[in-house]
Design a protein. Sequence first.
Lengths: 396, 262
Amino acid sequence: MFELSQDHQDFRALVRQFAAEEVEPHVAQWDRDSHFPTDLVPRMGDLGLFGLVVPEAFGGSLEDSDGGSFTNLCIAIEELGYVDQSIGITLSAGVGLGINPILTYGTAEQKQRFLPDLVAGRALAGFGLTEPDAGSDAGATRTRATLDGAEWTVNGAKAFITNSGTDITSVVTVTARTGEGADGRPEISAIMIPSGTPGFTVEAPYHKLGWHISDTHGLTFDNCRVPQENLLGERGAGFKQFLKTLDDGRIAISALALGMIRRMLDESVAYSKTRTAFGKPIGINQGVAFPIADLAVMAETATVLTYKAAWLKDEQEAGRRSVAEVKKAAAIAKLYTSEAAVTATRIATQVFGGNGFMEEYPIARFYRDAKILEIGEGTSEVQRMVIGRHLGLPQG
Amino acid sequence: MNIVVCVKHVPDAQADRGFNESDNTVDRAGVDGLLSELDEYAVEEALKLAEASGGEVTVVTIGPDQAADAVKKALQMGADKGVHVNDEAIHGSDAPATSLILAEAIKKATDGNPELVITGMASTDGTMGVVPAMLAERLGLPQVTYASELTLGDGKVTIRRDNDANTETIEASLPALVSVTDQINEPRYPSFKGIMAAKKKPVESWTLADLGIDAGQVGLANAWTKVVEIAKRPPREQGEIVKDEGDGGTKLAEFLAARKFL
Ligand SMILES: Cc1cc2nc3c(=O)[nH]c(=O)nc-3n(C[C@H](O)[C@H](O)[C@H](O)COP(=O)(O)OP(=O)(O)OC[C@H]3O[C@@H](n4cnc5c(N)ncnc54)[C@H](O)[C@@H]3O)c2cc1C
């Protein structure tokens, strides 16, 4: 129970080596230039990172993994996140938001058309749920899609969509109102919009506090027409579908945050042994050592919460656990680990003193990258709402 | 073409490496080890050749239990089978003994008919670089060493060897032994599929007895060379700071001249 299998450990060693050799040497520069390293994506594909939860038929390795496939994905995200959070989220969103909805809800044709390239890392896909006026309250979607003839006409805008504007982005799945239900509530469906479709504009990249290497854009749809068969999943099931997508994504964000906490711990331990003040290494002071001890507790707690949630997810896929259990564990893991990660970067920056404020050291980049973890894939408040609901608290 | 690659499990160069105090041999138990980086080039070259010609790649290693990890890594990269020679009597073996064991293991693995043997140019721990030549001698094979490019032709192998002042193109008839440099290719990373596939690949575990080698021919006691003493390199001294009082350039030049850099 408290140790990952040998397969998982072997896989971790592979991703760790790849991240150290192929990512670490470049990230400071990429971050400074807000450069998305398109060439790295197919190399991640060669390692098999995008195909961990995807069946062999589409180029993945699901059948090879003895049931621990989601855990493997979390390991990969954690190890990439240890080196750079943007690269970690590129994988996390690439699989969780890009591949997963198509894999789960796509028709045979849709899967065959998009998945092989996505799994190989020749393409990336995005998932557009958030809008300028609908974030936490994602059901308030205003984007509309109307079916006329054999085509959907999409009008509206999406905000903050990851992997939506890279040179290799092949498709973005968006949620849109496609009508009204019998109860008068909006009917929401998911529609796939291939890159380059006329009327689909990818806006200029955002200027972000962190995640500089990750690709994020606003999207606008102006009478954007796509064939009727681009509907993903059932008409009217869009809301239900993305809620499920988010559960997995939350565990993945927890893994990403865990990578960050572990990095802050390792950096702080190393620095406190070598940096001297008043003639002694700074780590000799309890004022420095205690917060570092707290980092170790955070890393341990985050590990247990993340991999318990991942294990539940794998068990649920095998039919042995309920969806509700996964939902709750995902929200708990995401909430704790993302908040701990923010605290961890604050502690590490303090340990590094003035150097922690300098971009010459990696701490500053992690400090900037931390805050989004408490916002993306559901804010901390939303996680608390989800947990509260699972505790049976009265709902307003 | 069936290819044999010799690989070594070495202490991780990133870790704090050391020696056993009792017998001045490399401490292999106390540090994390890995497939010698220089051997990854040999594995990669063999995989490329086998992929092009449809043959099998067998990796051979000698070492204690942990050395199995070097074989595992090569299998994860794509090699087809492994051989691990593991025997307590091997501890402390020098290059001649190592080449003897490798030669017998290769003969056994190929029914006495190796077609092509590839090695790295040196190990990253011992860095003697003599085993390939000794091994070729033991196997009675032509040896072409330090290859930065390798091409297979009709019954022959051609390599390019880059020297300081010139580049040699050397040909040898097959079967042959080739040692390759770190310039020859870019070793691949394993993939997740490769990791899972490696678990099902056959690995033979042989002792000296399996190879018909007498323990008296190998090991520390029978080594031709002996490490008599090991002293840690003294810690780096504090650098000398030259204060520039208008004559900084001159002082710098004097410093360099005194050390014969100028
Ligand atoms: C870099 C980045 C990448 C992103 N990538 C994607 C993507 O790929 N796809 C996608 O669809 N979205 C993406 N998002 C959007 C992200 O999921 C949303 O920003 C997030 O869900 C919050 O929504 P919002 O920004 O509209 O905040 P709001 O919903 O406006 O919330 C503002 C504040 O109010 C709080 N709040 C709101 N309602 C309640 C309530 N009922 N009770 C208590 N507190 C409440 C929130 O917790 C928050 O603190 C991304 C965002 C960023 C910044």
